[in-house]
Design a protein around this ligand. Structure first.
Ligand code: G4P
Length: 512
């Protein structure tokens, strides 16, 4: 199997839009899991960790991973889908951003009744920034919803791109009859997998009176699907469906197989690395500690960019400079972690390690390339960590290291004062942090307001930096790499310093 047969994608959505349900149905269709039933929503904090853990807890199956792989055959060609989990919570997090650096496309799930929510928009903007093309799935059409035209127009307006409906719900809510697929003219019915022609309205009283006109309007009133415009991020094809009732799902998978881009060249310094490069290369986009609480293990997730990986292969991590043997890589073929023998560009490999691999590291056979584009974001919320039991300093430090590596939080060590400061981009990350601190590290801590509103990474020549440091020590901290960070009391404070120190740069992101 080649890289061309890979589709590596993420699902982005706002909470409750149906991401978990859709994921489960995709996996069911792909034969990855064989259980039926519906997944119930969990508490916010747990949801934020991984929606697949949620499935796992419900079903007692061993998923515990951030990647799910399934396959489907098309005319003799088997397409391998790598579905990457993004934390399903309101707060846009770095974890989500980094996951989006590892995919080639995304599916945006919208609740038919609710439309697009601000956080989904933010995710969309990240996709756009990274030229990740999006297929839109309007979910829950079996519920009383808004006029589908309204949803389409909202997507077009808010995201400033063309929408191209590929199917249409026949009635919604109580009136719901099925989905008309424009390409084939077939209708998927809510019950059963079979597609059938619903026929003309005169012959079929089930079809709501105005349906034909409506469907026609949807077809002629919007741009036609254009693969190039989709791949360049200027157009999103829109599919209607119901994850819960399991339809529109096959059409969605087929659309991903047909249109979503196979592994793309990835930015690396001056140029790009193409999937057909004759060496294995990849980058770490995520590190997850304590996936198995009994083993305190640590898995680094590598997005493979090129070459054919074989188990036992030697790869050099850029952060380490010397090769490591990848003896027990993990490929994520649903039910269980499987020992991977080979993997292709586009695949995700889990590499167990004890801290040698960090987010942003490049791994390669020849140690020549460096992938770029995995930044840290300036936090929008800063808190002081106050230990309840002062003897736990060491455990706290370990937790801060692990959790900042995972992207749950960022950590800053002030130049003056002993309290660590953590930074997040969204409120919910704080809850997850306190929860995991207590459960996984047995550290009880309180979060107190910090006198800072945001942070900026500072760069400049030695002399200018030293000077700035001597005047502003109370507002300076080091991040976990030891890089200097200006802790600002307000956005005004940032602007003030930017103006006063033209020889320094104040950056809101930091390349990893
Ligand atoms: P999330 O991961 O995006 O947060 O959403 P999740 O799949 O957990 O779904 C959120 C709720 O929406 C779930 O209800 C789920 O059953 C429901 N849902 C998902 N897809 C559909 C659909 O196509 N149609 C309908 N009608 N419902 C759908 P829940 O957690 O059980 O809450 P509740 O329905 O009991 O209040």
């Amino acid at each position: 199997m080649t890289a061309n047969s890979r589709r590596t994608f993420a699902i982005i959505s706002h909470p409750d839009a149906g991401k978990t349900t859709l994921t489960e149905k995709l996996l069911l269709q792909g034969g990855a899991i064989h259980l039926a039933g519906e997944v119930k929503a969990r508490g916010a904090a747990r949801r934020a960790r991984s929606d697949w853990m949620k499935i796992e807890q419900q079903r007692g199956i061993s998923v515990t991973s951030s990647v799910m792989t399934f396959q489907k055959a098309y005319d003799g060609e088997t397409i391998t889908f790598n579905l990457l989990d993004t934390p399903g919570h309101e707060d846009f997090s770095e974890d989500t951003y980094r996951t989006l650096t590892a995919v080639d496309s995304a599916v945006m799930v919208i609740d038919a009744a609710k439309g697009i929510e601000p956080q989904t928009r933010k995710l969309f903007e990240v996709c756009r920034l990274r030229s990740v093309p999006i297929i839109t799935f309007v979910n829950k059409v079996d519920r009383e919803g808004r006029d589908p035209f309204e949803t389409l127009d909202e997507v077009a307006d808010m995201l400033a791109l063309d929408v191209s409906p590929q199917s249409w719900p026949i009635g919604m809510g109580g009136q719901f009859q099925g989905i008309l697929d424009f390409a084939s003219g077939a209708v998927a019915r809510p019950e059963g997998p079979s597609k059938e022609f619903l026929g003309r309205r005169e012959e079929n009283p089930d079809i709501p009176e105005n349906f034909s006109e409506e469907a026609e309007l949807a077809q002629v009133g919007y741009p036609e699907f254009d693969a190039e415009a989709y791949r360049s991020g200027d157009l999103t094809p829109v599919y209607f469906g119901s994850a819960l009732k399991n339809f529109g799902i096959a059409e969605l998978i087929d659309a991903i197989a047909a249109h979503a881009p196979p592994p793309r060249p990835q930015p690396a310094g001056e140029g790009h690395v193409a999937p057909d490069r004759d060496e294995v290369t990849g980058f770490i986009f995520k590190v997850q500690a304590n996936m198995d609480p009994n083993h305190r293990d640590r898995i680094a997730f590598m997005r493979q960019v090129s070459g054919t990986f074989r188990r036992g292969m030697k790869l050099t991590p850029s952060g380490l400079g010397k090769p490591i043997s990848v003896h027990s890589p993990i490929l994520f073929f649903a039910q269980d972690r499987e020992l991977a023998d080979t993997a292709e560009a586009g695949d995700i490999i889990g590499i167990p390690n004890h801290g040698t691999l960090r987010v942003g590291d490049t791994l390669s056979e020849r140690n020549e390339v460096r992938f770029t584009g995995l930044p840290n974001f300036a936090p929008e919320i800063l808190r002081r960590v106050q230990l309840k039991d002062p003897t736990k300093t060491k455990q706290l430090r370990k937790a801060l290291d692990d959790l900042s590596e995972e992207g749950v939080i960022q950590v800053f060590y002030p130049e003056i004062g002993a309290n660590h400061i953590i930074g997040v981009v969204g409120q919910l990350q704080l809850e997850v942090f306190v929860d995991r601190l207590s459960v996984e590290y047995k550290v009880e801590a309180a979060l107190e307001p910090a006198p800072f509103a945001t942070a900026r990474w500072i760069k400049g020549d030695r002399k200018a930096l030293d000077e700035f440091e001597s005047f502003n020590r109370a507002n300076l901290a080091r991040d976990r790499d030891g890089d200097l960070v200006f802790m600002a009391k307000s956005p005004w404070d940032v602007n003030y310093q930017v103006e006063r120190n033209p020889e320094l740069t104040f950056s809101a992101t930091k390349e990893r």
